[in-house]
Ligand binder design. Sequence first.
Ligand code: 8YV
Length: 329
Amino acid sequence: MPERKKPLVIVTRKLPDVIETRMMELFDARLNLDDGPMDQNALIEAVKVADVLVPTVTDRIDARVLSQAGPQLRLIANFGTGVDHIDLKSARQRGITVTNTPGVLTEDTADMTMALILATARRIAEGERLVRSGQWKGWGPTLMLGTRIWGKRLGIIGMGRIGQAVARRARGFGLSIHYHNRRRVHPEIEQELEATYWESLDQMLARMDVVSINCPHTPATFHLLSARRLKLLRPTTIVVNTSRGEVIDENAMTRMLSKGELAGAGLDVFEQEPAINPKLLTLDNVVLLPHMGSATNEGRIDMGEKVIVNIKTFADGHKPPDRVIEAMF
Ligand code: 8YV
């Protein structure tokens, strides 16, 4: 049999070494070894020639970029689960398949959600800053008092894989599980997690001690926690977000945090990453992380493996396992 030409795969960011090595073996891979950011023009140049594009959350694959794609571009194999940075409609119209990397970052992201709940409620970052500043004068009965999470109510918005993994962990910390989701989850899962379903997000919000965002960002979830909905939260509530910044009205939340109308926030994601509302940086009741929810060595290698499998199956003429269908989001 004649050997098929290897697909030209353009990768927009530096990936783990083992993944890049394997990509070089399997594909005609064009890597970004120094990890320099690709702007819109560079992305356009890439889609003009690539058979496969491997972008990440930091690349905006919008209608303008896709309108410049050459007919050879058949697959966008995203390195990451969220695909809100890709114009799925334009991709579909141009017959370009889009894949993502679901499942392999579930546990890591759920761990980070739990870490943010604990860090915010128990003022871990603030305490660490106190020690590092050299200002700590020793133990005191009223020093650094936080909020007990045992016995409190956790409201999970988005009860997919990650939401459920958060619920499993949170039960171990004595939180009761409440959730809002487009669809009620299977009764067996509800039973296992002893989870209470709230059809009305508004009603759930008004009763929670901690609220965790675990839904994807889609047109339907943009500013799901709007200024109006944020006002429904009690001033003792903590908000945690490891999903996408766009799900919360960041400016409205920042105003409430600074006025004491919300107890605290643990944020791994922001509306205009890497820009952050500057006011947030001045607040002690927030914990801010640089979008590192899935940032483990194992997770990033697993994500890369998924990207490779998706490209390889597609190049071999089969349906890749992690095809993204617009209706899923
Ligand atoms: C990834 C994420 O690191 O997978 C996602 O949707 O948010 C992150 O955990 C990032 O998206 C990689 O592109």
